[in-house]
Design a protein around this ligand. Structure first.
Ligand code: WT7
Length: 655
C-alpha cells in the first residue's frame, strides 16, 4: 500500500470512530429544492394533501375524484383520474422549451453515442407505438422486453405505455428458461429483443436465448429484433414471427395519440424473486406510481432544470424503471444511459463518463462502490468530477467504509450522499435523506420520506426500542406501492400482509437509533442480495436439484467482501456419484443455464447429509452459521445433531 493510501485509510478509520454525522453544507442547503424540515410535519398531518400537491405537477386528461382508498391490503390512488405515463414523460415537455433539450444521453459500450432530445424521443416513441399497434398490440396486452441498455429499450417501454400495453422487462442477464417462465406467467403477446448485447467486448446472445425460450411460449405472436451487434453474431429470423425493429418502424408515422389510462390501469409488471421458486410478477399501476417516482426523484436527487442525471442501474431492474426512465423523464430531466460495464475498456470508465457529460447527479450501488475501492483511488483521481452535486446509493446496505470512501473520492467531501432504501414492490424510494435537510450518518438510510410511516417490530408486532433489531414494516399506503402479484392475489396477501395485520411486511431487518435514524440490516427471509441482485435460495436450489447428479441441495447467502452476499450451495449427490471439482463447475454452470450468470454459486460444498429437523425441514440457519464460521445456534430441534457437527468440521477442514 502506498503512503497516500495509508493516509487515506487512517483518515477513514478516524472518521468512522468519530461516528459523526454529515449535515448539508450551507451552500448546498441554500440552493436545495427542499430545505425546510417542516415538510415532514406537513406530510404527517395531511399525507393526502401532500401527495395531491405532487400529483398536480403531472398532466391529467381527467382529474381524480378521490385521493386514496385503502381496503387493506388493496389500495387505489387518484381514483377516477385519467393520464398517460408517456405523455407525462415525453409529450408534455415537447410543448415547452424542453423540446430541444436532451432527454436521453446514451453512451454505448464501444464508445458510440446517441443524444435524443425530447422531440426526437417523441418521434421514436410514436413510430414504435404505431409499429406495436400494427402487430396487433392493444391496451392491456402484455409485451415482454429482453434487451441490453440501448435507447430502443427506453423507446419500447414508453411506446408500450403510450398504447396502454403493460411491459414486462426481463433483465438481459437472465437465461432462456427464466425468460420463458416470465413470458408465460404474463402471457405476453410480443417480445422485443436484440440480435445481441455488448458485455465487456463479448456478445450476449439475446436472440438465440429468445429462440430457445420460445420453444414453449404459446402466447407469443411476434418477435421484434433490434440490430445492435450486427455482423459479429448470427441470428435466425423465423419468417412470419420475427421482424427487425428498423424494418418495422421504417414506414411508421411519428404521430400517435396516447391511450388515456385510468390511474389504476397497469403500467408494468416486473418479476422479482421471493421465497419460493416461482418469481413474483410485481404489478405497478399508472397514476400513483408516476406521482411517487416523480416526487421522490425531484426531492431526493435535488433535480434542477439543467442537470445531467445518471443512474447506473440496468433498466431490467426496478431502479432503472423508476429512476432512469419514469421519474427523471416525468421531471423533464436529462437522463444518461450507459450500455456497458464499469471496468470496460478500463476501470476509469464511469469517471470518464461523469467528466465527459458533466454529470451532476450520480446514483449507483454499494457493490459497485466496493469494487471502485478495491481498484484504487487513482482511477477516480484522474478525472474531473467537479460537476457532481448529489451522489446516491441503492440496492443493499452500504457499509460505513464504502460510504466514507464514496464521500471522499467521488463526492470529494462536497456532495451529500443519499442512501436510498426501497424495493421492487415499493416502486419508489421510501427511506432516504433529503439532501438539503438531513444530516447523514455513514451506513444509515436515515429517515422515511415525507408521508411515509415505517416501524421496526418484534415477533409479536410490538415496536422495538432504540438500537434493537426487528422487522421493518410500513404502516400507511404510499402512491407507488405495488397493487398485487400478477395472477396470484393470494400470494400477495400471504407474503406481505399476513405477518402483521394491516402492515406491509418488507422482509428486511432494521433498527432505529436514538435519533430516529433507520439502519437496514438485510433480508430476514430466504432471499439473497447478491451484488444488489435479488435471488431466492429456493430458485438456486431448484436449479441444482434439476441436475441429474444431485439428490438434495440447500442454498444460503454468505457474506462476500465485494458482492455483499455470495451464494453457497450445500449438495448431496445421488448414490454412486463421486464428488469432484469438475462436477462442482458443472453444477455452477447448470445454475447459470437455468437462471442466468447472476445466480452462479460462488461455492459448492458436497456433503453426505444436510442438517434437518425431525419433520425433515432443512435448517438453513445452521448452514449459515457454518458458512460464516459462527458458533452453531440452537440445535435442539435437529433429528441428528451429529450431522451438523460433522458438517461443520468438514467445512472448516476444506475451507
Ligand atoms: C431489497 C430490495 C429498489 C432498489 C433495488 C433493489 C435491499 C435496497 C437498500 C438500501 C439497505 C437495501 C433490501 C430490499 N435494499 N436498497 N439502501 N439499504 N438495503 O430492489 O431487488 O426489489 O431488492 O434490496 O433488502 O428489501 P429489489
Amino acid at each position: 500500500m502506498s503512503d497516500k493510501t495509508d493516509a487515506a485509510q487512517e483518515k477513514l478509520v478516524a472518521l468512522l470512530k468519530e461516528g459523526r454525522s454529515f449535515p448539508p453544507s450551507d451552500e448546498f442547503r441554500r440552493q436545495a429544492n427542499v430545505s425546510d424540515p417542516e415538510i415532514y410535519d406537513r406530510a404527517r398531518q395531511d399525507p393526502e394533501g401532500f401527495w395531491v400537491e405532487e400529483a398536480k405537477r403531472l398532466d391529467w386528461f381527467e382529474g381524480w375524484n378521490k385521493v386514496v382508498e385503502w381496503n387493506v391490503p388493496w389500495v387505489k390512488w387518484f381514483i377516477g383520474g385519467k393520464l398517460n405515463a408517456t405523455c407525462n414523460c415525453v409529450d408534455r415537455h415537447v410543448k415547452t422549451s424542453r423540446r430541444t433539450k436532451p432527454a436521453i444521453l446514451w453512451e454505448g459500450e464501444p464508445g458510440d453515442q446517441r443524444v435524443l432530445t425530447f422531440e426526437d424521443l417523441q418521434k421514436e416513441v410514436n413510430r414504435f407505438a404505431n409499429a406495436l399497434k400494427s402487430l396487433g398490440v392493444k391496451k392491456g396486452d402484455r409485451v415482454a422486453i429482453y434487451l441490453g441498455m440501448v435507447p430502443e429499450l427506453a423507446i419500447a417501454m414508453l411506446a408500450c405505455a403510450k398504447v396502454g400495453a403493460p411491459h414486462s422487462i426481463v433483465f438481459g442477464g437472465f437465461s432462456a428458461d427464466s425468460l420463458r417462465e416470465r413470458i408465460n406467467d404474463a402471457q405476453a403477446k410480443v417480445v422485443i429483443t436484440g440480435d445481441g448485447a455488448w458485455r465487456r467486448g463479448n456478445v450476449v446472445p439475446l436472440k438465440a436465448n429468445v429462440d430457445e425460450a420460445l420453444t414453449g411460449t404459446p402466447s407469443i405472436e411476434k418477435v421484434v429484433v433490434v440490430e445492435r451487434v450486427g455482423k459479429v453474431t448470427q441470428v435466425d429470423m423465423q419468417p412470419g414471427r420475427d421482424i427487425w425493429w428498423h424494418d418495422l418502424v421504417a414506414n411508421a408515422s411519428d404521430q400517435c395519440d396516447a391511450e388515456p389510462m385510468d390511474s389504476e390501469d397497469i403500467l408494468y409488471i416486473l418479476y422479482t424473486s421471493g421465497t419460493t421458486g416461482k418469481p413474483k410478477g410485481v404489478v405497478h399501476t399508472t397514476g400513483g406510481y408516476l406521482v411517487g417516482t416523480t416526487a421522490t426523484h425531484r426531492m431526493i436527487f435535488d433535480i434542477k432544470e439543467d442537470d445531467v442525471y445518471w443512474c447506473t442501474a440496468d433498466i431490467g431492474w426496478v431502479t432503472g424503471h423508476s429512476y432512469i426512465i419514469y421519474g427523471p423523464l416525468a421531471n423533464g430531466c436529462t437522463t444518461l444511459m450507459y450500455e456497458g460495464s464499469p471496468d470496460y475498456p478500463d476501470r476509469g470508465r464511469f469517471w470518464d463518463i461523469v467528466q465527459k457529460y458533466k454529470v451532476n447527479i450520480f446514483y449507483t450501488a454499494p457493490t459497485a462502490i466496493r469494487a471502485f475501492m478495491r481498484w484504487g483511488t487513482e482511477w477516480p483521481a484522474k478525472y474531473d468530477l467537479s460537476s457532481l452535486r448529489v451522489i446516491g446509493s441503492v440496492g443493499e446496505p452500504i457499509n460505513p467504509e464504502a460510504w466514507i470512501w464514496y464521500h471522499q473520492n467521488i463526492g470529494r467531501e462536497r456532495c451529500p450522499i443519499v442512501d436510498t432504501w426501497w424495493q421492487t414492490e415499493t416502486g419508489m424510494i421510501l427511506i432516504s435523506p433529503l439532501p438539503g435537510i438531513t444530516a447523514t450518518k455513514p451506513g444509515s438510510a436515515t429517515q422515511p420520506f415525507p408521508g411515509i410511516e415505517a416501524e421496526v417490530l418484534d415477533d409479536r408486532g410490538q415496536p422495538v426500542g432504540p438500537g434493537a433489531g426487528g422487522y421493518l414494516v410500513l404502516t400507511r399506503p404510499w402512491p407507488a406501492m405495488f397493487r398485487t402479484i400478477y395472477g396470484d392475489p393470494d400470494r400477495f396477501v400471504r407474503t406481505y400482509w399476513s405477518r402483521y395485520p394491516s402492515k406491509y411486511f418488507t422482509g428486511d431487518g432494521a433498527k432505529v437509533d436514538e435519533d430516529g435514524y433507520f439502519w437496514l440490516l438485510g433480508r430476514v427471509d430466504d432471499v439473497m442480495n447478491v451484488a444488489g441482485h435479488r435471488i431466492s435460495t429456493y430458485e438456486v436450489e431448484s436449479a441444482l436439484v434439476d441436475h441429474p447428479a444431485v439428490a438434495e441441495a440447500a442454498v444460503i447467502g454468505k457474506t462476500h467482501e465485494l458482492k455483499g452476499q455470495g451464494i453457497a450451495g450445500f449438495v448431496t449427490l445421488k448414490e454412486g456419484i463421486d464428488p469432484s471439482d469438475e462436477l462442482k463447475n458443472e453444477l455452477k454452470q447448470h445454475v447459470v443455464k437455468k437462471i442466468g450468470p447472476i445466480a452462479r454459486p460462488d461455492d459448492i460444498f458436497f456433503t453426505a447429509e444436510l442438517p434437518k429437523t425431525r419433520s425433515a425441514k432443512i435448517m438453513r440457519r445452521l448452514l449459515r452459521d457454518i458458512a460464516e464460521g459462527r458458533v452453531l445456534g440452537d440445535t435442539t430441534t435437529l433429528a441428528d445433531p451429529a450431522v451438523t457437527a460433522r458438517l461443520k468440521r468438514q467445512y472448516e477442514e476444506e475451507g
